[in-house]
Design a protein around this ligand. Structure first.
Ligand code: ZN
Length: 321
């Protein structure tokens, strides 16, 4: 660098010199600084209000293929060991799913989001943004409060708001198309895709594996999952990008609802899939998993050191800790 200075004489030469030093400094910084984008990738899929037994009963070839390339837990808890006051509905459920902390921290007790602490305990995209400032993050939902209250730091932030019977199935299709388009772009690193039609169908017809309308809606969402996963698999550099796919839900259901479910197994116990070449299947692994493990597992897979100051309640599951 100093040899450039030695040759600087006159105004123009000084300018050239300054530019040259600037470029050299930039080169030095980029060589020493940590990467601005992750080398690994994550696709998170959330399917609202889906019981594990109904998932088993439904025709879901695309989710089955993900399980084959990873594993399925059917002991996932939507409430932690620490007592919390939150209702077993979507607001607290998706807040726990996306922040990695329980309701006594994120403060979402019901679907009103009143008094929430989501700035202090943010969506997991915020931690990715801190570590990888240039990461490309996409969020795709059709339950509007997720976008309105929870999503942070998304480069692409899509919401197809749904009202009225059958609307979620249409929005789910549009969402899948948008998420697939995002995933086909080579610079995209992390996507979170939410599907709402199974919950809407459960409220209208009942949350139970014997109810065909409910299992059919799960089967339709499986087709959407297939579309999104196909886009991920079609990426030119897929083989070297180490994608981890995590799929789970926010609660189960009983009858035509799921509120007040602290003591109701078919509401509070759900399921989780973790899929990809990074998955380590441990024999006889009966440890319970929790909905707060979704965010933590995504962060760990991306190589992000979890800062104790974040106070995350989840742990990484299915991959090396
Ligand atoms: Zn829900």
């Amino acid at each position: 660098m100093f040899c450039f200075l030695d040759h600087c004489h006159g105004k123009c030469a000084n300018l050239v010199c300054i530019v040259a030093i600037g470029l050299l400094s930039l080169a030095c910084v980029s060589a020493d600084e940590p990467s601005q984008v992750p080398t690994k990738h994550v696709l998170v899929i959330g399917i609202d209000g889906t019981r594990a037994d109904a998932l088993n009963a439904a025709d879901t070839p695309h989710l089955d293929a993900l399980i084959k390339r990873g594993r399925l837990w059917e002991n996932t808890q939507i409430l932690g060991d620490r007592p919390t006051e939150n209702d077993t509905v979507s607001g607290p459920g998706w807040s726990s799913f996306l922040t990695g902390v329980w309701a006594d921290k994120h403060g979402v007790q019901d679907n009103r989001f009143a008094g929430n602490q989501l700035d202090q305990f943010p969506h997991f995209f915020s931690y990715i943004r801190q570590r990888y400032p240039a990461a490309r993050l996409g969020s795709f939902v059709d339950w509007a409060p997720i976008q309105q209250y929870i999503v942070r730091d998304a480069d692409v932030d899509v919401c197809f708001e749904s009202h009225g019977a059958g609307e979620y199935a249409k929005s789910d299709k549009k969402l899948a198309d948008a998420a697939a388009a995002f995933l086909r772009q080579p610079e995209s690193d992390v996507a979170m895709v939410y599907f709402g039609a199974a919950d809407e169908t459960g409220h209208a017809n009942g949350f139970h594996p014997s109810i065909k309308a409910y299992t059919d809606s799960i089967a339709t969402i499986d087709q959407r999952v297939g579309e999104v996963v196909a886009a991920m698999l079609s990426r030119e550099n897929y083989e070297s990008e180490d994608w981890l796919v995590i799929v789970s839900t926010d609660h189960g259901g009983r009858g035509t609802g799921h509120g007040g479910g602290h003591e109701v197994p078919e509401i509070r116990q759900t399921w989780m899939i973790v899929s990809g070449s990074a998955v380590v299947v441990k024999p006889n692994d009966i440890e319970p998993t929790y909905v707060v493990d979704v965010a933590t597992t995504a962060l760990k897979h991306l190589g992000i050191d979890l800062d104790p100051a974040w106070q995350l309640d989840g742990k990484a599951v299915g991959i090396k800790p």
